[in-house]
Design a protein around this ligand. Sequence first.
Ligand code: ADP
Ligand code: MG
Length: 560
Amino acid sequence: MHKKIVILPQEVVNKIAAGEVVERPASVVKELVENSLDAEASLIEVEIKEAGKKFIRVTDNGIGMSRQDALLCTKSHATSKISSIEDLERIFTLGFRGEALSSIASVSLMRVVTKNEEEDLGIELEIEGGEIKAKREVSVRRGTSIAVRNLFYNTPARKKFLKSSATELAHIIHILEQFALAYPEVNFRLIHQEKELFNFLPQESLKERIKEVLGKELADSLLEVEFKDKELEITGFVSKPEFFRFDRYGQFLFVNRRAVTNKSFSHALSSVYQELLPKERFPVAIIFLEIAPKLLDVNVHPTKREVRFQNEGIIHDSLVKAIKEALTNSSLILELKEKFYSSFQDKAEEIIPPLVKESFSPREINLVSSDTPFIHKLPFLQIANLYIVISDDEGILIIDQHAASERIIFGILSEKEKPIETQNLLIPEIIDLAVREAEILKENLDKFKEIGFEIEEFGRNSFQVRKIPTIISRSPRELILEIISEIYKDESKIMKLEKEKLLSLIACHSAVRRGDVLGELQISRLIQDLKSTKFPWTCPHGRPTMIRLNWEELQRMFKR
Ligand code: ADP
Ligand code: MG
């Protein structure tokens, strides 16, 4: 027999972390799916319209509720999961506060349909702003279906804070990805505007589920983490250093199968990978920490996204140990380090063509200087691995190599009069993406096409890059991952970009960077190309690409 719903006594209520549970459609999805998982469902279907702003329905095949429980479930502090203060110290379920359904019901139009094993007929309830308006018996299968319409209909101020559908959808996908990773044995489906976005089938192993959620390519590159101590156990996977991402999005920590954010976790990851990855590159990690509930407080945050450990230090150190071990066990760590650094060197060599390194070809100098008035006084100086200093008849020019390169690429890709020069890739590059990443790329495929990329869908969440603009010298895979990450990072940004915006992102991410050591030939090209762009003086963001000091100004400064 499963426990009945009770209304928690005031002394327990007082101990519960209070605060807003329902921030956005994704929080509704999170709470409803948690309930389905607590009800031991093996199939959970999430249907949404307008990214959940209009409609959310979560249907499960779990244990269901009795008619009596159904009538109670949307009351404040009504829960079947705990009943006393002591229970708060040993929480084995995802929910425990009895607040989710009541908070959601009070700001929406809700319909609950549920039936348990014992009763022949189920019950359907219609609830408006928290009030039960209608109830009837219905013949349904065991399980629960909760539909939430017009979220925040009666709280316009909160409704106003909702973001674009694309952003809200991304949040929902992210929440479901977390559940999918934490519960590989459960079948999760997401349907948006009547279209199935994914159907993660029940899997026997986490690895198989990772393949579905984060892509096969990434799953195949993972190293297993296994660590056991007296009080805790850490399992899961971390990525080999060459499979980094450009944000922390691929880092998941589950504490007793609950997705949480935790500083020790991100810190442990960065400290282990810091020597293996360059700045702004992040490993992927899917880590499960199992710990006795008594050593853990989950009652610290209203949405339960943070937890407190009795001993945070031990958790941090164990995570570091576990991750380090995974990397060392694979006996790859040293090999990788070498490989990584040598690959950097290779890159540096590509940047400086051999021709330039040996000697500066006089033909090149002529070629560059003949039609480039402001550079006939080569040589120039590259300083701080960022600025190029040259002089001409009028004075001194200081060029910011990144801004200049950005302007050049932007200029070429936004050229309207002539077609963008493109090149076919000898071997098309296949990119396997996570669901969320794939959604972002799909939204913007037509824009990529307009600026010279040929990218096609190649099976679910996989893409094939066949053609790229000639001006781009970076690996298309990395460039695309980085652009996706940029689009996702900014909450206020809509996911479907304007062409201009995509152009400036691509220009920024494929431009020469601060720190790139440039060869003389490259510098000459850069100067020449900059001169032939339409707006050479500023980068696409409006920052200057170069600063000029006239001879007169200099003389004045030196009081000559
Ligand atoms: P909590 O999960 O913290 O107990 P909720 O407000 O989320 O609080 O849910 C209240 C109660 O309603 C739960 O304790 C549970 O008994 C019941 N309930 C909610 N959703 C489901 C479901 N999908 N299947 C079975 N019972 C459910
Ligand atoms: Mg709940």
